[in-house]
Design a protein around this ligand. Structure first.
Ligand code: TRP
Length: 332
């Protein structure tokens, strides 16, 4: 039974081929827990993915695998609404509307646009520029109370609020103004090779990041090679980026405080600590990988689930879009 008193949450994730331990501990693990307390909607943001060039077969496989991974992680289609963004056409429709209430100047200030257009200088397309209007549509269609976002998406949530407030200012209360959701727990996972940088799947050094679906052997190898320091004491320290990162990871998985972790490894070397962190990660990710392997095999069931999710999402999306269109003066 749907509990109408529950607050609502919405978030989306791009269908990148390889979600990392950073995505898991920084965001996805919180999504799983949020299902207890909130009425949640989660989508695979495939429309966002084509702002950079994609290979069709690969994109298709990644959309499937990202959806399957969300299920494997423990997002429950009975409790939450899980779907693929492009299956609900209202996202594109509302994005167009909202883009007409967004100023060129404010879009130009988006730091992600600046970064991405520098990185893909040969393909600075209008979609890349307008991306925050699509993200605003993703959010505003579902009237969420909260949107869990990482630091890199905070500016996009702010512009969403600005656009919504502007629209409401003209037409009355159409959109709920969403709040960012800052999780109580959740780690910012850094590169295992250069722990001053965020862990990223685009890092060329493959030992610097762990994929959620990595094998136990790969995970152990990467942790054994993790960069540390020469102090040989497991404790938080200003210049101990590598150890701080490993403590953060171990703490996010075991729930132990950093003081408890320091006590646990008192008198032990970094070798032991790295093994322990690696093993904790292996055991945390093992059931996810095993479930993923089952789920991805059953394409038929996968299809049933994402179709049902889209149908459920669309019921809300249509309502919000119609309301906004009516206000603007379209004939419905
Ligand atoms: N832009 C987000 C990212 O790249 C993904 C995203 C798309 C999103 N739509 C969203 C996140 C709506 C939160 C809410 O990570």
């Amino acid at each position: 039974m749907e509990n109408t008193a529950k607050k609502t949450v919405l978030s989306c994730i791009q269908p990148s081929g390889m979600l990392t331990l950073g995505n898991y501990l920084g965001a996805l693990k919180n999504w799983i827990n949020m299902q207890e307390e909130f009425d949640c909607t989660f989508a695979v943001a495939d429309l966002h993915a084509i702002t950079v060039r994609q290979e069709p077969a690969k994109l298709r496989a990644q959309i499937h695998s990202t959806f399957a991974l969300l299920l494997a992680l423990g997002l429950d289609p009975e409790r939450s609404t899980l779907f693929i963004q492009s299956h609900v056409p209202e996202h594109s429709q509302l994005a167009w509307l909202l883009s007409c209430y967004t100023q060129f100047g404010e879009m130009s200030r988006m730091t992600q646009f600046k970064d991405k257009s520098a990185k893909h200088a040969d393909n600075v397309n209008v979609g890349l520029f307008a991306y925050p209007a699509l993200m605003a549509a993703d959010i505003l269609l579902y009237n969420p109370d909260f949107v869990p976002v990482g630091a890199d998406q905070k500016q996009h949530l702010e512009i969403t609020r600005d656009i919504a407030n502007r629209f409401n200012g003209i037409y009355g209360d159409v959109f709920k103004i969403p709040e960012p959701f800052i999780a109580k727990t959740g780690a910012r996972v850094m590169s295992l090779q250069d722990p001053t940088k965020k862990m990223s799947k685009s890092d060329e050094n493959l030992n610097s990041w762990v994929a959620i679906l990595d094998t136990p052997d790969d995970i152990m190898r990467k942790f054994k090679r993790a960069v540390t320091d020469s102090e040989a004491r497991v404790c938080i320290g200003e210049e101990k980026h590598g150890i701080n990162n490993l403590i953060g990871i171990y703490s996010a998985i075991t729930g132990k405080s950093s003081d408890a972790i320091t006590a646990e490894f008192e008198g032990k070397g970094y070798g032991d600590f790295k093994m322990a962190v690696g093993e904790a990660v292996v055991e945390e990710l093992r059931p996810i990988r095993e479930r993923y392997e089952q789920i991805i095999k059953d394409k038929k069931q996968l299809e049933e689930l994402y179709k049902a999710g889209a149908a459920k999402a669309e019921r809300t999306a249509i309502r919000t879009l119609s309301k906004a269109m009516k206000k603007v003066g379209f004939v419905l």
